[in-house]
Design a protein around this ligand. Structure first.
Ligand code: 5AD
Ligand code: SF4
Length: 476
């Protein structure tokens, strides 16, 4: 194969410049518009909310090209795999999936397999895909989603593979089509990328520099969602506290939260806030708007200051605790969750105990816990790591037991309470059993009659578990 592509490289992905991100309007050239006529697409999504939202963009572009959605891979003419690179396990799953598609491709050589998302921003992954996975026709990076029309056209025209992965991106692209997967809950990107460079994390490399969308564009999208009847939105960014810093002097996340809340969608959430720079403006906005939901995800990562320093988290355990206590005091009734990594290189038994102590202090409603996974090209991947795997696994188990204990303790407050639930779905196993979330983001399974997905229902909680609540809908 003629090499007409450039491999991504992590060292240039690391570089940052001070230039403001440029705003670019997306459009599809006329010659691509009927590319998908009579054809079907299927997207497999891995990873975080940013990927979910990217898949909705991919779906929007595919539909703009005339493709229709296929619920399964076997009837699809184009299969897109949107990958995640956050931990080794996520990557292995994707390789397994691509491997399994080989058979389908052999049966149907016209099938187009496209691989996108965070994994394709890694040099070695792209090399691997090109050399060992001949069934893959298109490899496109997180910055190249809007090139899908051109890439597909290229595959159909030349019957050859297409690879396009940019290592850096300084743009914010607007007016991109979207086909949302949910009818009552929507993701809204407010910024892309991350400049924090926590030493274990691949995201700043795969998603590029922090780029905020203009607030007018965000507010316009939220207005549209309100007019379409959406009940809940979640403002998305790797680090929402940094919103606006790259383009404004006097408009920040606190202001955006206020302005978004005023539009009046019943439930407004945001994801994820870094403890660094969680400022008073944000707290005020949250306090002043009852439609901003009482739920905050505040990643801790470690409770030990030395480890935090090696992680480049920019706060000490004392500072985290101070912020946590302030939020808890100022925002009564809020639920708090966190992310924690165990087995980071140099984490000693004592350092791990500090993490447990912090969990005892914060008594989180839930925590997402992970064993450190070295990511090639990140500083932590080359730090010396002497902790045996079994010790890391044991730490994870001890941590999880503690997390479950406090999750249960927090949920006890809901016993016999009546809560508002936004209905997400109907149980596949049992008739009249529904599920949804409370304002505090607690999962509720409940029974009821004549209930529709997307409506608010008052539910009386009858039974409390560590990670979910059971209840009965109150007669309307
Ligand atoms: N190993 C383990 N966990 C990681 N996370 C990010 N990078 C890694 C890694 N290399 C976790 C962090 C982050 C969450 C999304 O994933 O806890 O907050
Ligand atoms: Fe990764 Fe840290 Fe950025 Fe979060 S803030 S995406 S953990 S580098």
């Amino acid at each position: 194969m003629k090499k007409d592509y450039k491999l991504p490289d992590l060292s240039s992905a690391r570089r940052r410049n001070k230039e403001k991100s440029e705003r670019v309007e997306f459009s599809i050239e006329d010659k691509y518009l009927n590319l998908g006529e009579g054809k079907k697409y299927h997207i497999i999504t891995h990873g975080c909310q940013a990927n979910q939202r990217d898949s909705e963009t991919m779906a929007g572009i595919m539909e703009a090209l005339g493709y229709t959605v296929s619920e399964s891979t076997d009837k699809a003419d184009v299969i897109i795999i949107n990958t995640c690179a956050i931990r080794q396990g996520a990557e292995e799953k994707v390789y397994g999936e691509i491997g399994a598609l080989k058979r389908q491709k052999m049966k149907n050589p016209d099938l187009v397999i496209a691989v996108g998302g965070c994994m394709t921003q890694e040099e070695n992954t792209v090399k691997n895909l090109i050399e060992k996975y001949r069934q893959v026709d298109i490899v496109f990076g997180t910055h190249n989603i809007t090139s899908l029309p051109e890439l597909l056209y290229g595959v159909y025209e030349s019957k050859s593979r297409k690879i396009e992965v940019f290592s850096k991106m300084g743009e914010v692209i607007e007016n991109v089509p979207v086909s949302r997967f949910g009818k009552h809950k929507a993701w809204v990107n407010i910024m892309y990328g991350c400049d924090k460079f926590c030493t274990y994390c691949i995201v700043p490399y795969t998603r590029g520099k922090e780029r905020s969308r203009r607030y007018e564009d965000v507010l316009f999208e939220v207005e549209e969602l309100k007019n379409q009847g959406y009940k809940e939105i979640c403002l998305l960014g790797q680090n929402v506290n940094a919103y606006g810093k790259d383009i404004y002097d006097d408009y920040d996340f606190g202001k955006l939260l206020n302005d978004v809340a005023k539009i009046g969608i019943p439930r407004v959430r945001f994801m994820t806030s870094h403890p660094w720079d969680f400022n008073d403006g944000m707290i005020e906005a949250i306090k002043n708007n009852s439609n901003i939901m009482p739920y905050i995800h505040l990643p801790l990562q470690s409770g030990n200051t030395d480890v935090l320093k090696k992680m480049n988290r920019r706060y000490t355990s004392e500072k985290y605790m101070e912020l946590f206590d302030k939020l808890k005091k100022e925002l009564p009734g809020f639920a708090f969750t966190t992310d924690i990594i165990v087995g980071f290189p140099t984490e000693s038994d004592e350092a791990f105990e500090d993490t447990l102590k912090m969990v005892d202090h914060c008594q989180y409603d839930n925590a997402f816990t992970f064993i450190f996974s070295p990511r090639e090209g990140t500083p932590a991947a080359s730090m010396e790591d002497h902790t045996p795997k079994e010790v890391k696994e044991e730490r994870l188990q001890r941590l999880n037991e503690k997390v479950a204990y406090y999750a249960n303790l927090n949920n006890q407050k809901f016993k016999d309470a009546t809560v508002e639930v936004l209905v997400d779905g109907i149980s596949k196993k049992k008739d009249n059993v529904y599920s949804g979330y409370t304002k505090e983001n607690k999962l509720v399974n409940f029974t009821g009659d004549n209930i529709e997905v997307g409506e608010f229902v008052m539910v009386k909680i009858t039974e409390v578990m560590s990670f979910s609540l059971n209840g009965v809908a109150i007669e309307k």
